[in-house]
Design a binder for this molecule. Sequence first.
Ligand SMILES: NC(=O)c1ccc[n+]([C@@H]2O[C@H](COP(=O)([O-])OP(=O)(O)OC[C@H]3O[C@@H](n4cnc5c(N)ncnc54)[C@H](OP(=O)(O)O)[C@@H]3O)[C@@H](O)[C@H]2O)c1
Length: 331
Amino acid sequence: MRKVNLAVVGATGMVGRTFLKVLEERNLPIENFYVMASSRSAGNKLTFMGREYTVEELNEHSFDKPIDIALFSAGGTTSAKFAPVAAEHGCVVVDNSAQWRQDPKVPLIVPEVNPEDISWNSGIIANPNCSTIQAMVVLKPLDDKYKIKRVVYSTYQAVSGAGIAGWKDLENGLKGEAPKKFPHPIANNCLPHIDVFLENDYTKEEMKMIWETRKILHHPDMRVTATTVRVPVFSSHSESINIEFENPFDIKDVKELLAGAPGIVLQDDPAHDVYPLAVDAAGKDDVFVGRIRRDESVENGINLWVVADNIRKGAATNAVQIAELLIKSMN
Ligand SMILES: NC(=O)c1ccc[n+]([C@@H]2O[C@H](COP(=O)([O-])OP(=O)(O)OC[C@H]3O[C@@H](n4cnc5c(N)ncnc54)[C@H](OP(=O)(O)O)[C@@H]3O)[C@@H](O)[C@H]2O)c1
């Protein structure tokens, strides 16, 4: 297999550091490796595959050298400015920010769901929002078989979804300190407020889940609504998902279908208190599903509980899987 030159942009951040871990674990065929961040971290050292790499400051010349793939996780403003620079130099950017996700010229990919969309990229591929990724892995097989009519998301999202600053707010808040990242204390609290409020009174996080679900599942008119909540948990997002189908189903078949679907681990044994938990999902790459039951208030509906590590499957692992698809397509 051909080896690639790969850069991680935002390598010192919460997601960036996990990129390095996941790249090592999955043993990607890398020839030359680069780590980039802002001037704040330039010159710092990061270890990858037993070797020390110096963090380079990201600038207009960063992609003058031949780089095949760049994994970006340095925020939307940085992506807006530098992803096109990388793409112009022939590099394919896999971007973790929300900057390009809605752009009709940019594919938005969850490898278990729509890997075929990689074929129409023109230098930038968007990695979906963390809370969307884990939901997609579950919704795809269900939509294929029973045709989804409507989805209601309610999320319980970890503080690590707000980066290192979010993590510190919970850590320091538990010691009684005032929050710096969130508008209210997150310790012993739940904040129904992730990202900014929009004109329709939804938060941007909620609208991301709605827009991205439609784009990834190729259902531009799917009826979707969401309430996204930050909870005092360090790692892993939990989601209650209510789904209404066009077609009738047998609940046993639904469980069997999900148990056999790629990327999913079924944890559904209420008699023995077995269901997905944030603490168990942390550090893993799978999406865990349980509490699967019929919604008795509608004709063809179900409720389920979906948990995944937001930094791994919700960010780094999904992006590295996209890089693997790219490498395959280059060979
Ligand atoms: N956390 C999550 O669950 C999650 C999930 C999916 C997507 N994302 C997205 O991933 C991105 C990073 O998130 P994070 O949680 O890793 O944040 P973070 O921990 O705050 O890290 C931010 C990273 O971006 C770098 N950076 C900031 N400004 C830069 C600039 N002007 N030029 C170059 N590098 C710059 C920082 O470098 P310095 O060390 O130099 O400051 C750092 O490496 C965001 O777009 C976020 O929305 C996060």
